[in-house]
Design a protein around this ligand. Structure first.
Ligand code: NAD
Length: 284
């Protein structure tokens, strides 16, 4: 019987600890850490994400400043706002909620955020810091959360085979680098991988970040593997589900994350962690 990793409980415990650390920061510095959240347009999923991020800020004691901009916002306006927030000494973190409307180019906008305030960890400087094992960098939140979930199982990753399915800049690539930092032997699979099942069957740790319902079935998983499901999909009844066939895989896994309630809650906790880290560096 597999053990279910309770991402919500781990995230809540992390936020409780953060609350104390944020309170200590606020007492010693004389102000709370501050996160600016910029959202352009009214994409319903983004609205939910932004609301949850602002709520998490309230929970841990971080000041949030939300900029909800009209869908028609011009690039130059956004660029000026980011420049202003980069300069503002009391703003510690800046986050631009993605996706942006089609007329705005995230590849042009994200690099404008000062890497020291890039709490999403999406800038080239921060991805480079991860690649170079520079711990002062701000690493991407979802992979940071995934690592916490993997480590919560007590597994020693040294020499273990970790297989990552998906090679996105936000999840697949950074989680592969983090697993490498922990001395795992890492394989990255993607849409062009031949015989995916043959690779995933050799995984001691399997991280799946694709966005395809039930891509990973029981026959693709090794007995006793740790399985982390990053995917967010809807099943035929419209309910949230991951990339892993949970019912089939759970009995084989030693540990497995559910969807919802696995990776999702961790991402926000790591965003709060990154904001505090950025704030501490900002006041040094
Ligand atoms: P993406 O679309 O950028 O990347 C998907 C990756 O999957 C690509 O690298 C592609 O090569 C690979 N892929 C596609 N089909 C495949 C196949 N048949 N076999 C193997 N690999 C295949 O997606 P992303 O941004 O990395 O997100 C992946 C999933 O994780 C999505 O469902 C997304 O919603 C979810 N997600 C969840 C969180 C969270 O906090 N829980 C955060 C980010 C992303």
């Amino acid at each position: 019987m597999g053990k279910i990793i309770d991402g919500k409980a781990i995230s809540n415990a992390l936020q409780e600890r953060l609350k104390e650390q944020v309170a200590y920061f606020s007492m010693t510095v004389g102000r709370k850490p501050k996160l600016a959240v910029i959202m352009v347009g009214d994409d319903p999923a983004s609205q939910v994400y932004v609301r949850n991020k602002i709520r998490a800020c309230e929970t841990v004691g971080i000041t949030s400043e939300a900029y909800k901009l009209a869908e028609s916002t011009e690039s130059s306006y956004l660029e000026t706002l980011i420049a202003k927030l980069n300069e503002d000494r009391d703003t510690d973190g800046i986050l631009v909620q993605l996706p942006l409307p089609a007329h705005l180019n995230a590849k042009k906008i994200i690099p404008l955020i000062d890497p020291k305030k890039d709490v999403d960890g999406f800038s080239a400087a921060n991805i480079g810091a991860l690649l170079l094992d520079d711990k002062s960098g701000l690493y991407s939140c979802t992979p940071l959360g995934i690592m916490q979930l993997i480590l919560s199982t007590g597994i020693n990753l040294t020499g273990k085979h970790a297989v990552v399915v998906g090679r996105s800049n936000e999840v697949g690539k950074p989680i592969a680098l983090m697993l490498l930092q922990h001395n795992a032997t890492v394989t990255i699979c993607h849409s062009k991988t031949e015989d995916l099942a043959a690779v995933t069957r050799t995984a001691d740790v399997l991280v799946v970040a694709v966005g395809k319902k039930h891509l990973i079935t029981a026959d693709m998983v090794k007995e006793g593997a740790v399985v982390i499901d990053v995917g967010i999909n809807r099943d035929d009844e419209g309910k949230l589900c991951g990339d892993v066939d949970f019912a089939g895989v759970e009995p084989k896994a030693s540990y497995i994350t559910p969807v919802p309630g696995g990776v999702g809650p961790m991402t926000i906790a790591m965003l709060m962690t990154n904001t505090l880290k950025a704030a501490k560096r900002n006041v040094q």
